[in-house]
Design a binder for this molecule. Sequence first.
Ligand code: NAP
Ligand code: F7E
Length: 333
Amino acid sequence: MPRALITGITGQDGLYLGEQLVGRGYEVFGLVRGQSNPKVERVERLVPGVVLLEGDLTDLPSLIGAVEISQPDEVYNLGAISFVGLSWKQAELTGETTGMGVLRVLEALRIAGGNDLSRVRFYQASSSEMFGKVRETPQRETTPFHPRSPYGVAKTFGHYLTVNYRESYGLFACSGLLFNHESPRRGIEFVTRKISRAVSRISLGLQESVSLGNLESRRDWGFAGDYVDAMWRMLQQDSPDDFVVATGETHSIRELLDVAFARVGIEDWSGYVRTDPRFFRPAEVDVLVGDASKAREVLGWKPRVGFRELVEMMVDADLATEAAAAGQTLTDR
Ligand code: NAP
Ligand code: F7E
């Protein structure tokens, strides 16, 4: 039975990846931080048989312990401060977790893995945010980086460390340059989920409006369930490499609002959306769109869920959750 260690198992991607690896016959170990993490129950429900290990990306001894106990064949480093907006307010924490955390996981593998690092396969959750102020469109593996946030800078550090450990120690280390991916499990701080939740609550009469930042920014949004499959495929290859994972389509926040509000029968959303300077960023990544040709050709990967289907899936899920919490049935609407 192959053994996988996942950092960030309580997050969106960790839950989908854990589920898929259990389905593929893996024994899954997940790193969980904090004294009493409230997300443990959800992980245990969605990832049957998971073994949870206490540890933190800012604490090297706990990572060495997690590697010693799990003896992993594959390590997926998904843990991070992942909210770009927070990264300006807590830049040092972001550097320690999203950047230095990668170094600590790699060092834990080196220290606990002994001299033979070649038997472990390592995945680093890199990000399209590293392209930042983009030098070419669409962005591909060879596009130079110009990160625009402390988060992007920390991810760029982690990416180059991953490449360096591959070149220095022969570690089977892959970096996935993943564009935005979303789902009903997305955190409510991210714009897709913020909108799907607000739209459902507005439609149920539980909220009057939603305040947003830059409605003109554009992203290449895919479905998280599809993207974690690409992570796994990277670690099944004969040799380690880096891959862009994206849909190749870009949409604005306005288009996201169009689809989300239309799902609940509202065609003109202008009266429900406010803009608030608090949600604008000190530096913005205006347009992102990825070219995933290499992932298609080498990994045989392609996205299954399109933009409209993704947004509708998220609105439907929030409608069900919010209606249940409010004691409403959806046919009451
Ligand atoms: P997420 O939902 O925000 O999950 C982040 C995870 O990191 C959570 O499990 C969190 O644990 C954990 N974490 C935070 N600080 C930690 C620490 N000090 N020690 C150990 N764990 C810590 O993020 P996601 O969307 O699943 O993304 C997964 C990874 O892919 C992240 O590295 C993210 O930066 C990267 N990425 C995401 C996207 C995307 O669009 N989703 C795109 C490109 C790259 P708690 O639950 O305890 O907070
Ligand atoms: O913002 C704009 C905002 O916070 C998307 C993370 O998973 O993907 C994610 O980072 C866009 C930005 O995601 C609001 O200015 C407008 O242009 O949903 P987001 P992100 O910053 O793209 C990358 C690839 C990652 O790696 C990250 O970990 O939407 N926007 N108004 C807003 N964004 C938010 N959050 N809230 C607003 O009110």
